[in-house]
Design a protein around this ligand. Structure first.
Ligand code: PHB
Length: 434
C-alpha cells in the first residue's frame, strides 16, 4: 500500500491522521536540536552486518524518497471543521490525480494546531522542518498561526502554501509564502462596490476582533465611502464564541440600511443570522451583506431561513456551475464519506495540492525551496472556483470574486452566484517600501 493510501486508511472525518514518528533530522538553526536528535531512522537503508557475506541478489532498485507535505490546521476545537475541509480537499485532489508526482509518492504529515494557537503552530512547524524534513509546509486556516510560522519558512527555505488564512499581510512576511485561497480585502472591496451601486447608503460593520476582521472592516469602509456611502458605526466582536445579542441591539438602534459582517467560517455565521432574525432586524428592513465566510457551504444547512436573501462576495460556492466543480464535489464526497458539503476551505486544500503537484512536476521531482518558489510564481490553475493564477510579484492569488445570494433549491440552501468581478488582485497590500 502506498504511503498516502496508508495514511488515508487511518484518516476519518472525526479526527486528524497521526504524524509519523521519526525521520531525518536536519542541522537547522531553529533552536530545536532535540528534534533533530530524534530522527534518522526511517530513511536509512538496511546495511549488511559486519563480516556477513555479500548478497548474491542484484541490488534492489533505489527507493525514491516521498515528497513530504506538513499540513498544519485545526482538527479539534471550534475550528475543527475548517481543518477537516482542507484535508478533505487535499485528499480529493490526490484521489483524482493519483498520489505520485514525477515518480515520487506524496506523503502527508497532518498536524492538529487546535485553534488560534500561534505557539503550537510554531512548534509543529519546527518539528516538521527539523525532524521530518518536509518539502512543503501547507494548510493554515487561521491568520495568527500563519504569521507565527512565516519566519520559520524563511529560515528553513521551505515553501509555505496558505490554503485559507486570509489577512492581506501574510504573504509579505516571508518570500517563501504563497497563497492559493483569498484575502479579506479581495472580497470586501467588490461587496462595497456592489452595495454602493445597488442603492445602499448607510452601513454598520461588525467583524471579528483580529487581523482578518480589521482587514475586512478597513477595506469595506475605504471602498464604500469612496463610492459615496457612509459607514455609520463599526464594532468588533471576540474571535471565539461571541455573544451577538448586545451588538445586534446596537445595530437595531442605529437603523442603518445594511449591516456588513465578517466572522470566520463555521458556527458563528449561524449564531449571528439567527439572532438577527429573532430580534426582528430583517423585518425592520436592515439588509445583511457579508463576506462568504458567513454563509459558507458546510454551515448553510444549519442556518435555515435566517440565511435566505443574504448577499455575500467570495471566491467559491458549491453552486458554481462548471465541470471542474462537479468533479471536485464528487471526489470530496468520495474521500470524506459524503456527509458534509465542501466549502471554500476544501477548495483551498484542493488547489493548494494542485499547485504543489504542478511545482513538483515543473522541477522534475528535484526539489529545493528557492526553485519551488520560482515555480509557484505565475502558476495558473483551472480550479473548481474558476481560473486562478499566482501573482508573481506578491505570491498572492488573482481570481474572480462572485456576488451571491442565499436561495432555496430543491436540495437545500445555496449561495447562488449572480454577478462577478474578474481578475481581482489583493487590494490590501501595504504600499511597497521606498
Ligand atoms: C483567518 O484567520 O485568516 C481566517 C479564518 C477563517 C476565515 C477567514 C479567514 O473564514
Amino acid at each position: 500500500m502506498t504511503a498516502i493510501k496508508l495514511w488515508w486508511s487511518v484518516f476519518s472525518w472525526g479526527g486528524a491522521g497521526k504524524p509519523r514518528l521519526c525521520s531525518r533530522g536536519a542541522g537547522l538553526g531553529l533552536g530545536l536540536l532535540f528534534a533533530g536528535l530524534l530522527g534518522a531512522c526511517e530513511s536509512k537503508k538496511a546495511e549488511p552486518a559486519a563480516g556477513a557475506a555479500p548478497s548474491s541478489e542484484p541490488a534492489a532498485a533505489a527507493v525514491v524518497a516521498p515528497i513530504k507535505i506538513g499540513l498544519i490546521a485545526p482538527f479539534s476545537g471550534p475550528f475543527a471543521g475548517a481543518g477537516k475541509q482542507i484535508e478533505g480537499g487535499v485528499r480529493a485532489y490526490l484521489d483524482v490525480h493519483g498520489s505520485k508526482v514525477s515518480g515520487r509518492e506524496i506523503e502527508l504529515l497532518v498536524k492538529d494546531v487546535t485553534g488560534v494557537a500561534p505557539d503550537v503552530a510554531k512548534s509543529l512547524a519546527q518539528g516538521l522542518i527539523v525532524r521530518d524534513n518536509v518539502d512543503f509546509l501547507a494548510g493554515f486556516v487561521l491568520t495568527p498561526n500563519a504569521l507565527a510560522v512565516a519566519p520559520l519558512a524563511t529560515e528553513a527555505k521551505k515553501p509555505m502554501v496558505i490554503m485559507n488564512a486570509a489577512t492581506s499581510v501574510i504573504t509579505t512576511k516571508s518570500p517563501y509564502v504563497v497563497r492559493v485561497s483569498f484575502t479579506l480585502p479581495q472580497v470586501s472591496a467588490p461587496l462595497a462596490t456592489w452595495a454602493a451601486k445597488n442603492g445602499i447608503k448607510s452601513v454598520y460593520t461588525l467583524v471579528s476582533d483580529y487581523a482578518p476582521g480589521a482587514d475586512a472592516e478597513g477595506q469595506f469602509k475605504k471602498t464604500f465611502e469612496a463610492a459615496g456611502g457612509k459607514v455609520v458605526d463599526s464594532v468588533r466582536v471576540p474571535v471565539q464564541n461571541p455573544d451577538f445579542a448586545p451588538y445586534i441591539q446596537r445595530i437595531k438602534d442605529a437603523k442603518p440600511e445594511a449591516v456588513f459582517i465578517f466572522v470566520p467560517a463555521g458556527a458563528q455565521g449561524t449564531a449571528f443570522l439567527k439572532a438577527f432574525q429573532e430580534r426582528g432586524l430583517a423585518k425592520q428592513g436592515i439588509q445583511v451583506i457579508a463576506t462568504g465566510d458567513v454563509t459558507e457551504d458546510q454551515e448553510l444547512g444549519a442556518m435555515g431561513d435566517a440565511a435566505l436573501g443574504v448577499v455575500t462576495t467570495h471566491h467559491y460556492s458549491a453552486a458554481h456551475d462548471s465541470p471542474e466543480n462537479t468533479a471536485f464535489k464528487q471526489a470530496f464526497a468520495k474521500v470524506t464519506g459524503g456527509k458534509v458539503r465542501p466549502n471554500f476551505m476544501a477548495v483551498g486544500g484542493y488547489d493548494g495540492m494542485a499547485a504543489i503537484a504542478r511545482v513538483v512536476e515543473k522541477l522534475g521531482g528535484k526539489l529545493d525551496g528557492d526553485r519551488a518558489m520560482a515555480a509557484f510564481k505565475g502558476l495558473e490553475l483551472d480550479s473548481p472556483r474558476g481560473h486562478i493564477r499566482i501573482d508573481p510579484e506578491t505570491r498572492d492569488v488573482v481570481q474572480t470574486v462572485y456576488v451571491r445570494k442565499v436561495e432555496q433549491r430543491p436540495d437545500g440552501l445555496y449561495n447562488v452566484e449572480f454577478d462577478h468581478f474578474d481578475e481581482q488582485k489583493d487590494p490590501g497590500k501595504p504600499p511597497p517600501s521606498p
